[in-house]
Structures are given as structure tokens and as C-alpha cells.
Design a protein. Structure first.
Length: 150
């Protein structure tokens, strides 16, 4: 007799041909957390240099419509705090007109780069007037106080 006999039949081990996806899920969750943390830190505006002014800030309950004019004369439109999107003159007029019809009391502001030609900013203000905007505000940064009152 054989000394190998223990009363139980010998089983063959079956090989698994599955891919273990748990490490991939771990990596994806870490990436998701990283993107969730860094997304609010992204700068959603356009890089422009506003002129300085001693004007008081305007208080508003709603986010204003902001038309940004870059140093090279391009227009960017921000509606209700969304990301600024580059836009041509006709699309600017159409979008602002539709938005102002739905929200008649919304503030409309023009943020013109201080290096841009005044005529370009004026052209943007004319577009807003043609879109049916009754009042337009100009954005600026607070003036640096050099100790002397003006």
C-alpha cells in the first residue's frame, strides 16, 4: 500500500485568470480626491490689469455679468460667476441681450485692461448698449494709498 493515502482525494489547484482591479480602484480614488481638492484653486478669470481708482465697491445680491477686454482687444464673458469664455462681438451682444431680458436688474460690468485702447472698451460698451443693457459699470482695483489725500 501506499503511504500517500490519507482518506481525502487530492484536489488540483485551479488557476485564477482574473485581473485584480482593487489597486486600480485605489489609484482612481486618490486621483479623484486630488482633482476635487485642486479644482477650486484654479483661476477661472482672464489675466488683465485693471486701472486703479478710489471708487467704492458696488454691493449686489447677484453675481454681475462681467465683460473683460484683454490687452490685445479680445472679449471674454462671465455670466453668473461661471468660467470666462472668449466671445466675438455679435455673440456677446446676443448672449448678454438674452441674459438681461431674463434678469433685468442684473449688474453689468466692464473689466478693461489698463493697457487696452479706450476705443476698444468704448466699443464693448456700445455693444452692451445695443444688447439692451441700461447701465454699465467699469471695474477697477483699489488705488494704492501713498499717504497723501487727493
Amino acid at each position: 500500500m501506499s503511504a500517500h493515502f490519507s482518506g481525502r482525494p487530492k484536489r488540483k489547484r485551479k488557476l485564477k485568470s482574473e485581473i485584480n482591479v482593487v489597486p486600480y480602484i485605489d489609484v482612481m480614488l486618490v486621483l479623484l480626491i486630488i482633482f476635487m481638492v485642486t479644482a477650486p484653486l484654479l483661476n477661472l478669470g482672464v489675466d488683465i490689469e485693471l486701472p486703479q481708482s478710489n471708487a467704492k465697491p458696488v454691493e449686489s445680491q447677484k453675481d454681475p455679468v462681467v465683460v473683460e477686454v484683454t490687452a490685445d482687444g479680445r472679449y471674454f464673458l462671465t455670466l453668473q460667476g461661471a468660467k470666462a469664455e472668449e466671445i466675438d462681438a455679435e455673440s456677446l451682444k446676443a448672449k448678454v441681450s438674452a441674459f438681461v431680458r431674463q434678469n433685468p436688474n442684473v449688474a453689468v460690468m466692464v473689466a478693461g485692461d489698463r493697457r487696452v485702447d479706450y476705443g476698444t472698451i468704448y466699443g464693448g460698451m456700445v455693444l452692451l448698449q445695443e444688447a439692451g443693457v441700461p447701465k454699465v459699470g467699469l471695474m477697477s482695483t483699489p488705488a494704492e494709498d501713498d499717504g497723501a489725500k487727493r
